[in-house]
Write a protein that binds this ligand. Sequence first.
Ligand SMILES: NC(=O)c1ccc[n+]([C@@H]2O[C@H](COP(=O)([O-])OP(=O)(O)OC[C@H]3O[C@@H](n4cnc5c(N)ncnc54)[C@H](O)[C@@H]3O)[C@@H](O)[C@H]2O)c1
Ligand SMILES: O=C(O)C(=O)C[C@@H](O)[C@H](O)[C@H](O)COP(=O)(O)O
Ligand SMILES: [Zn+2]
Length: 359
Amino acid sequence: MAEIYRINLNERSYPIYIGHSLINIGRYIKKHIPKAVRTFIITNTTVDCLYGHELYNILFNEGLNPAKGVIEDGEKYKSFEVAYSIYDLLIEHEMDRHSVIISLGGGVIGDLAGFIAATYFRGIPFVQIPTTLLSQVDSSIGGKSAINHSKGKNLIGTFIQPKFVLIDIKTLFTLPKEEFKSGMAEVIKHGMILDNDYFNWINTNLDSIQHLNTDSIIKLISWSCAIKGKVVIEDEKEENIRAILNFGHTIGHALEALTEYKYYRHGEAVSIGMVIESKLAYKMGMISINPVNRLVEILEKIGLPTSIPSAIDSNNLIKAIKRDKKKVHDKVKMILPSSIGEVNIIENWSEEYLLNSLK
Ligand SMILES: NC(=O)c1ccc[n+]([C@@H]2O[C@H](COP(=O)([O-])OP(=O)(O)OC[C@H]3O[C@@H](n4cnc5c(N)ncnc54)[C@H](O)[C@@H]3O)[C@@H](O)[C@H]2O)c1
Ligand SMILES: O=C(O)C(=O)C[C@@H](O)[C@H](O)[C@H](O)COP(=O)(O)O
Ligand SMILES: [Zn+2]
């Protein structure tokens, strides 16, 4: 296992480890959470079948007294009701402040488990084991945790930094192709917001990335973690610059909520969001057409969607956009690119302008 990046946040600092197995988890728990006596794995039915038993056995053999909460698979289970059912289990198993919550799964499990860890007993230690590309490059880092509300995405949540992140890249070999593509949307986002070289490297190495070549995958995850990590270190609680990580999400989250979290994977919605937001930037004269076309081209090459289906009504979309957490009073905030590797935070969008532009 190698440490690929360290999120430096004073007493909340933590390392991101990468390797080919889960075997070191016990050693890292003892190192980073010395008071740990018990562990509670939160996962879903799919990931449990693949990796839940392996993780449970390692923790058991390390004397870390594991228990498990297994939820149904899907974005719609990132909900208050499911969180409540896990609180029940934690209480039943008598988990306390010397217990550690371990998230084993993609971003849905990570966001939910983080929210539970931050609130149970007013906060107990938390570890991330991300098993999708999206969670390895994005959601396991930075401490955002949340559950959805029927009226909007991630509307209820808090910040909780994990004690460490452990990425086992062998998990990518069982990940369905469509899920891998979804993770690639956040990867492209990282290039778009801050790093033209990264964008170009992905474009040139797409084949070996998609074939899960070990060196390419490690480079991809490490590069993304460094880009996201740098932003998080600068602005942990999204008071200003962290909002750039939300490029594509003002529209992406609205699409997810409008379609009741059933139609789009998160990365697919973000892919459409990035394209529409870039076209808005073009319409405003902030960016030339060439980088917008290059963005669309790479997303299409990956196999991600790039346009809003005609069945989506613009007025409903605007309503959903207005529930975005970045808005201030009545004004929507958007992250718009000015070139590949550079974005700007644009405030004060009027509803009328937005509606005209989207139409
Ligand atoms: N907190 C953050 O900073 C942040 C960042 C980005 C996204 N998110 C959130 O993350 C969520 C999306 O995460 P996601 O794309 O990982 O989706 P997900 O968690 O739903 O996982 C996608 C699918 O892959 C399955 N799966 C997971 N690991 C697997 C493996 N190794 N092999 C086979 N199948 C596997 C899951 O069971 C699921 O069916 C959204 O809720 C989004 O809002 C949060
Ligand atoms: O970490 C962040 O900050 C992000 O914005 C990363 C996003 O990819 C992620 O989807 C995040 O959950 C969105 O945050 P939200 O505050 O818009 O709910
Ligand atoms: Zn996202």
